[in-house]
Design a protein around this ligand. Structure first.
Ligand code: SAM
Ligand code: GLN
Length: 302
């Protein structure tokens, strides 16, 4: 019924069908200024009822049980307080694959798929003979970038580093759940310090937000993503300055470093790569929002 005012769901409101619960939640989220109210409402109703999208669509008229209503209301309250849906669900899809999250892991972003795309473009131009390809992911978090690459490059071995042991445990669990654990290792160290190499691909989405900008981020990010995953120091470049020289030393000749850039950072990252004697011969790749998001440099054969 277009234009009808949808009553707000409350704990005592037990009379909702799946469809009306979804619509009522959309209206509440929208009124609270949540960015994608209808998508979030659909995901939260699905999670509260443990139904996927298809099941939800075929059962739109089914009534919610009192337990489902209570669970949905709890999810609604959390989202209304700006907790991201991925945190409420404890999971997020990246590169079409499901990733579990923990409080120590960043929620993987769609923009970061640009790093995976550029790494694959570069990798596929080169032939490696006589051994299996080796990949390192610095600051692996949930393992998103590394595991997406191992999924796409079926004979590769990979290692992910992080300073957070909790994040490394989550990444390992994700590797197991995705059937990639026999090709993935996880190491606690700062950037690439404990790795030897040589690697054919080194990828990283390091923390790159200038410290002073963090208070200006959305509540979803500043209160729910770990500070260690965001804070790039005074100017945002601390991690790049540390990891680019380390990565360069550990690349095989012809291998490439591919890093994610924050908005407006691509040019300065290229300068740091050139200073570390990497060859920056390929333009940075833009994400779907047009922001130059993935920057690469190659180690030239001697
Ligand atoms: N790669 C994941 C992704 O793209 O979703 C996570 C990226 S998050 C922006 C940065 C990650 O770097 C966090 O997991 C954080 O714990 C880790 N990190 C921060 N400082 C680090 C350091 N000195 N050495 C290694 N990892 C670090
Ligand atoms: N892309 C994240 C954000 O802007 C930041 C992640 C990072 O610092 N690498 O919310």
């Amino acid at each position: 019924m277009p234009g009808r005012v949808v009553p707000l769901a409350t704990n005592s409101d037990s009379g909702h069908s799946i469809e009306s619960a979804r619509r009522a939640l959309t209206v509440r989220l929208q009124a609270a200024g949540i960015e994608e109210p209808s998508l979030d409402a659909r995901l939260l109703v699905g999670a509260a009822l443990e139904l996927d999208l298809t099941a939800m669509m075929t059962q739109v008229a089914r009534q919610l049980t009192p337990e489902e209503t209570t669970r949905l209301e709890a999810y609604a309250q959390r989202r209304l307080a700006h907790e991201p849906v991925a945190r409420i669900l404890g999971a997020r899809e990246f590169w079409g694959m499901p990733f579990r999250l923990s409080e120590a892991t960043l929620v993987p972003r769609p923009d970061t798929e640009t790093v995976v795309e550029l790494a694959l473009d570069i990798f596929r131009e080169r032939t490696i003979s006589g051994r299996r390809p080796r990949i390192a992911d610095i600051g692996t978090g949930s393992g998103a970038i590394l595991l997406a690459l191992l999924h796409e490059i079926p004979d590769a071995f990979g290692v992910g580093t992080d300073v957070s042991l909790t994040a490394l445990n989550t990444a390992r669990d994700n590797a197991e759940a995705l059937g990639l654990a026999d090709r993935a290792g996880f190491v606690a160290c700062s950037y690439a310090a404990a790795l030897r190499g040589p690697f054919d691909l080194i990828v990283s989405n390091p923390p790159y937000i200038p410290s002073g900008e963090i208070p200006k981020l959305s509540i979803e990010v500043r209160e729910h993503d770990p500070r260690l995953a965001l804070d790039g120091g005074n100017d945002g470049y601390d991690a790049y300055r540390a990891l680019i020289p380390q990565a360069t030393e550990r690349l095989a000749p012809g291998g490439a470093l591919i890093v994610e850039a924050g908005q407006g950072q691509a040019r300065d990252i290229e300068t740091l790569m050139v200073a570390a004697a990497l060859s920056v011969d390929r333009p940075a790749k833009a994400d779907l929002g047009g922001i130059l998001r993935a920057v690469s440099g190659r180690k030239m054969p001697p």
